[in-house]
Design a protein around this ligand. Sequence first.
Ligand code: F3S
Length: 389
Amino acid sequence: MFLDTDDEKVLAGEFGETRQRMMELLVALGKVFGAEKMIPISSAQVSGASYKTIGDWGLEWLQGLDARVSVPAVLNPVGMARDRWQEMGISSEFADKQNQILSAFQRLGVKLECTCTPYYLNMVQYGDHLAWSESSAVSYANSVIGARTNREGGPGALAAALVGKTPYYGLHIVANRRPEVVIQVSDAPKTQDTAWFGALGHLVGPLVGTRIPFFTGIRPSRDQLKALGAGMAATGAVALYHVDGITPEARVFHFDTTALEAIPVEPAAVDAVFSNQEVEVDAVAVGCPHCSPDELNRIAGLLTGKHTKKPFYVFAAKGVITAEQETVARIEKSGARVYADTCMVVSPALERYNHLMVNSGKALAYVPNLCGGAAHLGTLEECVAEATR
Ligand code: F3S
């Protein structure tokens, strides 16, 4: 693996022990994946920031690091809304540990913007090389924006942020970004609800595994693409997909897919992901991935004149909430709560419920494993109806 003079200096410890250790980690990763060199990145998104997921071991590891990031870096959602944790029912012991983790990241220069939708914060463009780690953010950056990132682990993304580079392999290389399987969707409904695309992603993930799918027969909006990618990343390992005529690389490169395996998907199979079993729902949670401004507006519209009878959680990036304060106030007038910094999966707050209703294919896959309760999928309208019934 080729290292330039600056890389060699970092590796020799000329820029401190922490950067040296981080460079060792990146070089080891590069060697495993056959990278020929290191490349500069324009930003990093670091997962593994919730005390719920990294615990005391992760906190101690972070506190032992001593360097500053070389590129803009943000965090994945943490275990609580930083300024509303008491209201969420988070214990002071958990909050204390979470705050120590946040302080450790802040000392490294990582911005305390804790979100899986950093692309709403104007930090990425077509062709940028990144080191992002949350699976839905990786999928969106690669597929919807046309940026280039592998699905980094938390330590790999942090190492890249501190060094400012990442090994050049995988999805950083244009030739590795071609479609590998075609998903032919027939008779897709003209629905505007994102949940259907989350269900499609939930269904397709296991069918494609690690391959790069090329979708035909759908024309999703950006929010629907977000839901599709999140669902596939959760049930498969899809870090990049293309949609015929929609996603940027499908429009730029005009891929020849005639020799690829084609998998047909019928709408009935997607509809089956929505279970309509009669269950007692304890709480409703939307915003997985974190809501866009449009999604917040839609939620506010649906809640106008209504009052929630069950806990209704909405999650979004702090920067989006700050920019959409009027909309957020309209949502909260109904009794629903809009929380920044955290989400239904990485916060312990939602573990107290036995059955959650969600509108996300990703949450449908993760809530049972990571929160202990059951989950079922509904459209946004159904989620609002359930919470206000
Ligand atoms: Fe984001 Fe949490 Fe869902 S990190 S994608 S809201 S599981």
